[in-house]
Design a protein around this ligand. Structure first.
Ligand code: CA
Ligand code: CA
Ligand code: CA
Ligand code: CA
Length: 262
């Protein structure tokens, strides 16, 4: 009888340990499932001017647009398309996120009227999972046309300050997107990110990419992260960091202020 009880207890213990292990594996798997493949750590730029002059971006990390998304049989050659992007923010302007996107594209396509098939005209897209929920119903999309005029999806005049500088095949987009301002004509998940405020240590989801169109269609959708534009797992982590990137004398003041605040 004693032996029977002992063996019962042992069996019970083993079963409990196994259940515990299975639970740990299950939880670890969930964590792995939502972990994104890349992270961009955005630093602060004080007094950013959206003027197409990009000196203040000098120290910001550059990421290439070299991953295919919804469209493209293979990577384009550098003459057909080349792109790169940078991200920054400022604690004094916390509802906005700043971007610098530099594109080389040999043929400008702008064949659709405003607010119609904007993804089949050359355009840069910024997509966010502001609440870091990693679900499609959380995603919000801004689309800015390479004609320098068209603001589509959730992009509106109220929530987009931008300057597009075109020099031959080269396009420079300097952009500040405001999550809290009125959304555009096709806002999608319209209330997501309305309360967004960037702060040190906060992580959200980001995909930014380009619709490279010509010959009447979209030939490539290409950006920072591979995978479908509306798949929240195919986003990168965008983490806001308090460090300042400023290089001018005013930046030195900002650095001191940043250090004092710690
Ligand atoms: Ca500037
Ligand atoms: Ca092209
Ligand atoms: Ca158009
Ligand atoms: Ca094009």
């Amino acid at each position: 009888m004693i032996r029977y009880t002992r063996s019962f207890i042992n069996t019970k213990n083993i079963v409990l340990v196994l259940i515990g292990l299975l639970l740990m594996l299950f939880l670890a798997d969930i964590t792995i499932a939502v972990k994104r493949d890349k992270e961009y750590v955005a630093k602060q730029i004080s007094n950013l001017k959206i003027d197409g002059k990009i000196g203040e971006w000098e120290r910001a990390e550059i990421v290439a647009f070299d991953e295919l998304k919804d469209v493209g049989a293979g990577l384009p050659n550098a003459k057909d398309f080349k792109g790169q992007g940078r991200v920054a923010w400022s604690a004094t302007d916390p509802t906005r996120i700043y971007f610098l996107v530099e594109i080389t594209d040999d043929k400008l396509q702008d064949i659709n009227p405003w607010n119609n098939k904007w993804w089949e005209d050359d355009s840069v897209e910024f997509m966010f999972d502001f609440e870091n929920e990693v679900i499609r119903a959380s995603l919000v999309q801004w689309t800015l046309g390479a004609n320098g005029e068209d603001l589509s999806a959730a992009a509106s005049k109220a929530n987009t300050e931008w300057e597009l500088v075109v020099d031959g095949d080269n396009y420079i987009y300097e952009v500040a997107l405001d999550a809290s301002a009125a959304r555009g004509p096709n806002p999608g998940n319209a209330t997501k990110g309305n309360d967004f405020k960037a702060k040190d240590g906060l992580t959200i989801g980001l995909s930014f990419h380009y619709n490279d169109c010509e010959n009447g269609s979209r030939e490539h959708q290409i950006g920072w992260m591979p995978g479908q534009a509306w798949d929240p797992v195919a986003y990168g982590d965008l983490t806001f960091d308090k460090e300042f990137l400023d290089v001018e004398p005013t930046g030195k003041l900002a650095l001191t202020w940043g250090a004092l605040k710690q």
